[in-house]
Design a protein around this ligand. Structure first.
Ligand code: PLP
Length: 495
């Protein structure tokens, strides 16, 4: 393809993408396909001779696009949202046209410096402590692929910091703390690093957030046994129910034991709400700012920026460099040697890194603080509407306190004769089975998508709002469908 052919194909691509977005809400959220469907439609080897691009683009629309699940669909309520804005799409497009693997300053000076700037802008947007700013010269932030990568990097840095301060401790005695509600990223980081993991109980009574007393008891037990907890992954907005660990109590506990435990905050989804001052206390921002060693939120979840764009801040960049700096001669640069620029290659696991800061810059400029706040509040308001509908229902109940734009609910019908919820008389197993059936029914639909979870043994359904196109009518629609499927489940299960 030459430049003029690219121009033509590029105009056509943008036209097609616009048509797709105009049509999105008329499409099913999920495709009606079975595993293996695609290989059957494609040749089993690449073509011998290159093909005309028009044919390839046509096949994308015919074969690939209809087999996608549409995460930006207004009736997508599964998992957590993945952000999608036109500004971010354009940012990715421009970034691909300068395909620099910006691993150090010299490799892509503007890419490195834009990342430093946008990470500081974001830290200010989320009201993080100035300690985390790149401009502080001590702390700093970098864009990562995912929250899982961010957590792994935090745990690598925590391990290296701990080993530096306690050189005689064998790795087998070092423990990562997570809670029963932490995303699997905590256990995965421990698995990768070959360290033990201990899961602390976040109880139903505490609305699935970790309390200081639970942490204090675990620390005492492990320290008495000669073990070394060196990092705790605390969560603001858990995956299952949007719960928040009591970071204030956690910080008090960690300060009182004074054992060099790194606190990583995973706010992959809910961190975006810190753009709104009304959520600062809810998220324990004061304690985070006072003590946390690292903090992560995903712009690609609720932050108006297309995948991938995870953010990781650390209070001291030296911890990352100490843990991850490996500099053979071929990677040395004058600026790196002089320490006058950040070499982001030491802030993540790979060498090359994408020019993600461009799309983030586009988004931050196009939306501003106000745009972020408006989006968060709009989704929270939509969730409030859903909560009201659930509360007024004789079929459904909330299982956990709703969190921002996430509600977790289950089918628990009111008995028409006694006027009481059936959970009072039915066994936990029977109610779980009923809800598994409800979720099966909901999952077999292609016009909405809701995912399930288990909260300390209670099977429930999650509704996470986050598409830029979701409106009140979509909330009304999904609630109506949930009620219809609930009635059908009760009938089929003979309740
Ligand atoms: N942390 C939380 C609280 C999440 O909800 C999720 C995903 O939903 C993750 C981490 C994982 O995010 P990523 O896919 O960016 O690793």
């Amino acid at each position: 393809m030459d430049i003029e052919q690219f121009r033509k194909a590029g105009y056509q691509a943008i036209d097609n993408i616009c048509d797709h977005f105009y049509n999105l809400q008329n499409l099913p959220v999920r495709p009606d396909v079975e595993p293996g469907f695609l290989a059957k439609s494609l040749p089993d080897a690449p073509p011998e001779k290159g093909e005309d691009f028009q044919l390839i683009a046509d096949d994308y629309h015919k074969v690939i696009l209809p087999g996608m699940t549409y995460w930006p669909h207004p009736s997508f309520f599964g998992y957590f949202p993945t952000a999608c804005t036109f500004e971010a799409i354009l940012g990715d497009l421009y970034a691909s046209s300068v395909p620099n693997p910006g691993f150090n300053w010299a490799a892509s000076p503007a890419a490195t410096e834009l990342e430093m700037v946008v990470m500081d802008w974001l830290a200010k947007l989320f009201h993080l402590s100035p300690d985390f700013l790149n401009s502080s010269g001590i702390g700093g932030g970098a864009l990562q692929t995912t929250a899982s990568d961010s957590a792994l990097i935090a745990v690598v840095a925590a391990r290296s910091k701990y080993q530096k301060n306690h050189p005689d401790i064998p790795i087998e005695k070092m423990i990562v703390y997570v809670t029963s509600q932490t995303h699997s990223l905590g256990a995965k980081a421990a698995l990768v690093l070959g360290v033990q993991v201990r899961t602390l109980e976040a109880t139903t009574e505490d609305d699935f957030g970790l309390r200081g007393a639970t942490l204090a008891a675990a620390l005492k037990e492990d320290i008495d046994m000669g073990l070394h907890p060196f990092v705790l992954v605390g969560t603001v907005g858990t995956t299952s129910s949007g719960a928040v660990d009591n970071i204030t109590e956690i910080v008090q506990t960690l300060k009182s034991v004074d054992r060099d435990v790194w606190l990583h905050i995973d706010a992959a989804w809910a961190g975006i709400a810190l753009s709104c001052p009304e959520y600062h206390d809810w998220a324990h921002l004061k304690a985070i700012n006072e003590y946390a060693h690292s903090f992560c939120t995903n712009l690609h979840k609720w932050g108006l920026t297309n995948f991938d764009a995870s953010t990781l801040w650390v209070r001291n960049r030296r911890w990352l460099n100490d843990a991850l700096d490996v500099t053979p001669e071929f990677l040395r640069t004058a600026q790196g040697d002089a320490g006058t620029a950040i070499d982001y290659r030491n802030w993540h696991l790979a060498l090359g890194r994408k020019f993600r800061s461009l799309k983030v810059w586009f988004v931050l400029r196009a939306y501003g603080t106000e745009g972020f706040q408006k989006m968060v509040r709009r989704h929270v308001n939509l969730n409030e509407k859903f909560i009201d509908l659930v509360k007024s229902s004789n079929l459904l109940t909330l299982v956990a306190t709703p969190s921002l734009s996430l509600s977790v609910f289950r089918l628990d019908p009111v008995d028409t004769t006694s006027g009481e919820r059936r959970s009072r008389s039915a066994t936990a197993d029977a109610l779980n089975t009923l809800n598994v059936q409800l979720h099966k029914r909901l999952s077999s639909r292609s016009d909405v998508w809701l995912t399930q979870t288990s909260l300390n043994g209670t099977f429930c359904v999650r509704l996470a709002i986050g598409s830029t196109n979701t409106e009140e009518k979509h909330i009304d629609h999904v609630f109506k469908l949930i009620c219809e499927e609930s009635e059908a489940t009760l009938k089929a299960e003979k309740w």
